[in-house]
Design a protein around this ligand. Structure first.
Ligand code: CA
Length: 81
């Protein structure tokens, strides 16, 4: 039988998650930092932290991709007429 002693990192130190993280959740082993909606990363001070995602850029790129796809299909139809 293997016993693993786990500590609650969230209670021991308030510095395990970045300030912009929503909360800290203890896990066995280790812990998880939860980023707010609209941010991505592991939320950890010694990790990737929480980086804001610019949703407007993603929407803009998605619109451009759709427009590009439509334009490509129009060009293909013109070529095959
Ligand atoms: Ca833990």
């Amino acid at each position: 039988m293997l016993l693993i002693a786990d500590i609650n990192e969230c209670l021991l130190s308030g510095d395990v998650c970045v300030d912009t993280a929503l909360r800290c959740e203890d896990d066995i082993p280790g812990y998880n930092c939860i980023c707010r909606t609209g941010a991505q990363g592991d939320g950890k001070v010694n990790g990737t932290g929480c980086t804001d995602v610019n949703e407007c850029t993603y929407v803009f790129v998605s619109v451009l991709m759709v427009l590009n796809k439509v334009a490509s299909s129009v060009v293909l139809k013109i070529l095959f007429i």
